[in-house]
Design a protein around this ligand. Structure first.
Ligand code: 5RP
Length: 213
């Protein structure tokens, strides 16, 4: 079983702070995400600045796009992103249009979605989904548990590369031992740490301990 990748989600309100953090952790993580908050605040400039800083890194634009998939996807690709996200309630035509413009399209699983919908995403060629505990769900007291693990495993069985995110910290990772998670996405668990580089290394070391090199 290969080691999951580590993705930093830059959910900053301003580009300056995002750049300060990514400068520290960009070489440690495998993937850099321009988070939804930063996309809304600084969009294209954030993607293009970070692409200039890290020319060979995989960059995700977490647009959580719901419509105009082709246009949004072309714009983020032109700015330097490799992957882009769409929300799971977007229509299949939105997803298909976006897919044509990006290296990979990721479906963000929030709220209500069904395995029947997921089968349709597979049918149109989508290979990546993001299993998400929303900030608001976590704030209202939800935690990671068996129900989440069952869904993640089922999505992997369906052939998806599954990323996992939402309030992750180093301690959460061991819950997923034995599961072939593609990528763990951490935002505040890295950016809000006193030492973001140490926090990113701690995530990575724990992933190596659980899944091996
Ligand atoms: C919010 C997101 C976040 O980028 C993702 O959940 C990671 O953030 P955190 O680890 O701080 O919860 O997609 O919509």
């Amino acid at each position: 079983m290969s080691r999951p990748k580590l993705q930093i989600a830059l959910d900053h309100n301003d580009l300056e702070q995002a750049l300060a953090d990514v400068f520290q952790v960009g070489d440690i993580v495998d993937i850099i995400e321009i988070g939804t908050i930063l996309c809304l605040q600084e969009g294209r400039k954030a993607i293009s600045c970070i692409r200039s800083m890290f020319p060979r890194k995989t960059i995700v634009a977490d647009t959580k796009c719901a419509d105009a998939g082709g246009t949004v996807a072309k714009n983020v690709t032109d700015a330097g992103a490799d992957f882009m996200t769409v929300i799971c309630c977007a229509t299949l035509p939105t997803m298909e249009a976006a897919q044509k413009e990006v290296k990979a399209l990721q479906v963000e699983l929030y709220g209500d979605w069904t395995y029947e919908q997921a089968a349709e995403w597979r049918r149109i060629g989508i290979q990546q989904v993001i299993y998400h505990q929303s900030r608001d769900a976590l704030l209202s007291g939800e935690t990671w548990g068996e129900r989440d693990l069952t869904k993640v495993k089922k999505l992997i069985e369906m052939g998806f590369a599954v990323s996992v995110t939402g309030g992750l910290n180093v301690e959460t990772l061991k819950l997923f031992a034995g599961i072939e998670v593609e990528t763990f996405i951490a935002g505040r668990g890295i950016s809000s740490a006193d030492d973001p580089a140490k926090a990113a290394n701690d995530f990575k070391q724990e992933m190596i301990r659980i899944w091996g090199e």
